[in-house]
Design a protein around this ligand. Structure first.
Ligand SMILES: *[C@@H]1O[C@H](CO)[C@@H](O)[C@H](O)[C@H]1NC(C)=O
Ligand SMILES: *[C@@H]1O[C@H](CO)[C@@H](O)[C@H](O)[C@H]1NC(C)=O
Ligand SMILES: *[C@@H]1O[C@H](CO)[C@@H](O)[C@H](O)[C@H]1NC(C)=O
Length: 256
């Protein structure tokens, strides 16, 4: 009997600790709304920035980027990352504006909490993963870039940095975007190691993130982040359900 009591107490301890240790969300982050990721140029907290430059101005009311960052990222080979868009000759301007918007979005958006992940990288502690990008944002990006040139499918890695600026490695030949990215998803998902996932939802649905929006109607991504944050916190406790059930069954079996 004493042996059974010990087992029982042990199991109870297990149940309690499993419950206590359950993740609040898949990332283990408790704050999913109105946050800035811990990366190279982000502010620690979002806030108003009246003078955000040009394409970054939609985030003016509440941003994770400073005015400096917003100005710098509009330059070719900006000092932010020393990244050269024109690594295979001049990128067309219609194409480049999508890359500038993508960078504004990455640096300025305070609505990425549900998709922030910890990473072990020298230049940042957090990244975004699988942000559900509205299908039009990806489609237009791909259409406007298909005739520009590049030499790689993943722009996060594999460059020759020996000159201090990204250059195509010798084995990577310059071809059109369409050659390296046959579909819109190949571009939007492959480019930054799955920072984005192309959503089947459209702009204005409240279910996908917009890189482009008209700030006159507010920031549509606030609602989207709230929706996914809520969905994720509901998923959290459910995930421990099967574990709890099996522990209770073992307990009953032991007592029986
Ligand atoms: C912004 O840029 C200026 C000049 O380039 C620099 O002196 C200043 O320190 C920068 N401020 C921040 C907050 O990075
Ligand atoms: C990297 O670029 C330098 C010139 O900037 C070149 O000498 C070297 O061969 C390149 N290395 C590779 C692996 O592409
Ligand atoms: C995506 O949306 C289209 C049209 O709205 C629909 O036909 C298709 O089945 C959807 N695909 C998925 C995976 O939901």
């Amino acid at each position: 009997m004493a042996w059974q009591m010990t087992q029982l107490l042990l199991l109870l301890a297990l149940v309690v600790s499993a419950w206590g240790a359950r993740p609040r969300n898949p990332q283990g982050r408790t704050d999913l709304l109105n946050v800035c990721m811990d990366a190279k140029h982000h502010k620690t907290k979002p806030g108003p920035e009246d003078k955000l430059h040009d394409q970054c101005s939609p985030w003016r009311k509440n941003a994770c980027c400073s005015v400096n960052t917003s100005q710098e990222l509009h330059k070719d080979t900006s000092r932010l990352y020393n990244f050269n868009w024109d690594h295979c000759g001049k990128m067309e301007l219609d194409c480049k504006r999508h890359f500038i918007q993508d960078t504004c979005f990455y640096e300025c958006s305070p609505n990425l909490g549900p998709w922030i992940q910890q990473v072990d990288q020298s230049w940042r502690k957090e990244r975004i993963l699988n942000v559900p990008l509205c299908k039009e944002d990806c489609q237009r990006w791909w259409e406007d870039c298909r005739t520009s040139y590049t030499c790689k499918t993943n722009w996060h890695k594999g460059w020759n940095w020996s000159s201090g600026i990204n250059e195509c490695p010798v084995k990577a030949a310059c071809h059109t975007f369409e050659f390296y990215f046959p579909t819109p998803a190949d571009l939007c998902e492959g480019l930054w190691s799955h920072s984005y996932k192309v959503s089947n939802y459209s702009q204005g649905s409240g279910r996908c993130i917009q890189m482009w929006f008209d700030p006159a109607h507010g920031n549509p991504n606030e609602e989207v982040a709230r929706f996914y944050a809520e969905a994720m916190s509901r998923a959290g406790p459910h995930a421990t359900g099967p574990l709890l059930l099996s522990l209770v069954l073992t307990l009953l079996w032991l007592l029986g």
